[in-house]
Design a protein around this ligand. Structure first.
Ligand SMILES: Nc1ncnc2c1ncn2[C@@H]1O[C@H](COP(=O)(O)OP(=O)(O)OP(=O)(O)O)[C@@H](O)[C@H]1O
Length: 270
């Protein structure tokens, strides 16, 4: 039934869907404990900013969620499916619903942008060449790259264009969730702000869920609806930016209420 805003109960239920659930996950590398019973949820349509001191374990958690690193204990569910219990067919279906932009873009230097965007299509789908070309061009356009970027190699692109091309590749299979590892690092502030705007636009138009590891305060203030802070081997604090600004936790306080953060907060509220 529709409510006063025209939303249906089914849509409301969908909005509350937990796309990713991490429960009590413990990861150790060579007997060194990196994550200790860490828990985290991300809801459909959310843009989660995941922050924490350098070396805190953000990349380790990301790699563990993606199944690229083993965990000692705990549960990871993607789209409600426990990845440890998923059949090979389920795992494949899950993998096709994930897009990943690794730190530094990580495009294949010997492939053009078009060919890079087609890598996941070749891996997971069996499509005729002409259709793949058409689909890849749509993704290239979607991320705001000019059509002639398609035939260029990564070495011929600016930093901002490389990030967009890597995002186009992450979106190649129309994923439900994208994982972005420090997507704006190395970009000038204007390119970084444009990239943040693009991520918000894609979330709004594609019903995308975004898990973003970032150190970028601008991104946290302008693009993220939810922030989780990694510290002491687990999620120390999570909530909205306003919650971060109110937190008395020392690391969170100095990060979100330092001089630069105060300037951004004032600008965001102006
Ligand atoms: N392959 C590995 N072998 C040994 N130790 C590792 C490995 N990968 C990560 N670590 C260790 O795990 C800890 C967490 O590293 P991680 O890269 O996840 O931190 P991070 O929070 O992503 O840092 P940054 O913000 O600097 O990228 C660090 O102490 C790191 O040295």
């Amino acid at each position: 039934m529709a409510d006063g805003n025209g939303a249906t109960a089914a849509q409301d239920a969908n909005d509350d869907e937990i796309v990713l659930s991490v429960r009590d996950v413990t990861v150790a590398i060579d007997d060194k404990l990196i994550l200790d019973k860490l828990s985290l949820d991300i809801k459909r349509g959310e843009i989660l900013g995941f922050v924490g001191a350098s070396g805190a374990g953000k990349s380790v958690l990301l790699r563990t969620i993606l199944g690229l690193m083993p965990k000692q204990s705990g549960t990871i569910k993607l789209f409600g499916v426990d990845v440890d219990k998923a059949s090979d067919a389920d795992r494949l279906r899950i993998d096709m619903r994930l897009g990943v932009l690794f730190q530094h873009g990580a495009l294949f230097s010997a492939l053009t942008v078009l060919e890079n965007v087609q890598v996941p299509m070749r891996e997971y789908l069996d499509l005729p060449r002409a259709l793949m070309d058409e689909l890849a061009m749509l993704k290239i356009e979607l991320v705001g790259l000019p059509a002639d970027a398609a035939q260029k190699f990564p070495s011929e692109l600016s930093g901002g264009m490389i990030k967009r091309a890597a995002l186009a590749r992450a979106l190649a299979l129309d994923p439900d969730i994208v994982f972005l590892d420090e997507p704006t690092s190395g970009l000038d502030p204007i390119s970084a702000a444009e990239f943040d705007e693009l991520v918000v636009k894609l979330r709004d138009t594609m019903d995308l869920t975004v898990y973003m590891v970032t150190h970028d305060l601008d991104t946290l203030f302008t693009a993220c609806d939810h922030v989780a802070v990694l510290g002491k081997k687990r999620v120390l604090v999570e909530g909205t930016i306003d919650d971060m600004l109110k937190s008395e936790e020392p690391w969170v306080k100095s990060y979100f209420r330092g001089k630069r953060a105060r300037q951004l907060d004032l600008a965001a509220r102006a």
